[in-house]
Design a protein around this ligand. Structure first.
Ligand SMILES: Nc1nc2c(ncn2[C@@H]2O[C@H](COP(=O)(O)OP(=O)(O)OP(=O)(O)O)[C@@H](O)[C@H]2O)c(=O)[nH]1
Ligand SMILES: [Mg+2]
Length: 371
């Protein structure tokens, strides 16, 4: 019998990414970089960016008819086969369908894209159930429109990957029932989690949580501090599961260190809802290490990009009810070309070169055991 070699690498799909802005301004560059990196994290190959500055909002398609024609022409004439058009704007089911009917390929918005990255990365049972629920929450209001696009949204590829692959074959009633079951299963895991949380709270060791924007270096810092080798990557949302380790702080002192999922601007509410117990763990600590990629120092509307990221993180922490002491850990110092102005509650470090790590450990101790 003959044998053949089968490529097991995940197939990359080609994408056109449309950046939608409400005004001409500095943040077009940030928006472009962020949506392109999200696409890369979903294993897409971005072939071209289009830009749409919204003046007169088009209710049916968001994108104006002139731009739609331009994109259609590009898809028709492009040497590469275009699999998907990503629109960096929240789309309703009918807007998705209308655009998909114009382009004859599937269309996904930013929320769908982020959920897809989560779907591709979910490893534990809990993360998988949470992603499935987020997919259901996203698909339900769009179900009939997505089903009405001649199967463009079905099958493999970006948009329907992972735990929810067969979703579009379901009808509304079955989907709603599935969501109820998922909620029950997640609640059960949450209960077990709270049990182990109680055990941990009984432990006299202080608890520290790593929080911050996605890709800032939280997992790299955990790996460095506890000499581990947990998966860290230059992709958004490399971490979807909570990891907890014991951290040695010198002279017989220990703490519990927790790493968790990263934040992003406009984190889809479907994911916030579905991942609420994982996100709430960020609050379950005596001290928060807010990790920041300070090499993102481009100017955006009068602020540095990393300051914008800090603001997004702080707003989400406020929403989650976190009020603990914080140390701001300015990471990736090795990438800086200019001197950095540091505030009192900030420490400059690099997990690559180990710069500032001893100072960080000293700060942590001062914070937990002030004398
Ligand atoms: N140059 C440089 N790169 C770093 C540093 N720390 C982390 N990185 C890189 O930044 C990328 C993201 O790191 P992670 O540790 O996965 O970041 P994270 O905050 O855990 O990201 P998510 O889990 O995706 O939210 C990886 O490619 C790291 O190698 C640093 O100090 N310097
Ligand atoms: Mg991580």
């Amino acid at each position: 019998m003959g044998k053949k070699l089968i490529d097991t690498k995940p197939q990359q799909e080609n994408a056109i990414v449309v950046v939608v802005c409400s005004k001409k301004g500095d943040n077009i560059e940030r928006k472009t970089e962020e949506i392109n990196r999200l696409s890369f994290s979903a294993n897409l190959n971005v072939v071209k960016n289009f830009y749409q500055i919204i003046k007169d909002f088009n209710k049916g398609t968001v994108i104006g008819s002139g731009k739609i024609e331009e994109i259609k022409k590009y898809i028709d004439e492009c040497e590469e086969y275009i699999d998907v058009v990503i629109v960096d704007y929240p789309l309703s089911g009918s807007q998705m369908k209308n655009l998909s009917d114009h382009f004859k390929v599937k269309v996904l918005d930013r929320v769908g894209l982020i959920i897809d990255i989560f779907a591709g990365g979910a490893k534990s049972r809990e993360a998988k159930l949470q992603v499935k629920l987020a997919q259901d929450l996203y698909v339900l209001p769009r179900l009939s429109q997505m089903q009405g696009t001649s199967g463009r949204f079905g099958g493999a590829g970006v948009g329907m990957r992972g735990p929810g692959e067969t979703k579009l074959e379901l009808n509304r009633r079955i989907l709603e029932k599935e969501m109820e079951t998922l909620k029950t299963q997640i609640a059960k895991i949450k209960e077990q989690r709270q049990q182990s949380r109680k055990e941990r709270l009984k432990s006299p060791l202080p608890k520290i949580a790593l929080v911050g924007y996605t890709n800032s270096g939280k997992t790299s810092l955990l790996n460095l501090l506890v000499r581990e080798n947990i998966y860290a990557d230059d992709k958004y949302f490399a971490t979807l599961d909570t990891t907890t380790r014991k951290l040695f702080l010198g002279e017989g002192k220990y703490a519990i260190l927790t790493d968790t999922v990263g934040f992003i601007s406009d984190l889809p509410h479907q994911l916030v809802d579905a991942f609420s117990s994982t996100l709430e763990e960020s609050c379950d600590a005596d001290l928060l290490l807010h990790v920041v990629d300070c090499s993102l120092d481009k100017n955006i509307d009068g602020m540095k990009e990393y300051e914008v990221n800090m603001k997004v993180t702080n707003e989400l922490l406020d929403k989650l009810g976190a009020t603990q002491n914080r140390i701001v850990v300015l990471n990736k110092a090795d990438k800086l070309s200019k001197p950095q102005l540091i505030k009192d509650d900030e420490v400059l470090i690099s997990t690559k070169t180990r710069r500032g790590i001893d100072e960080l450990l000293a700060r942590i101790c001062q914070n937990i055991w002030p004398d």
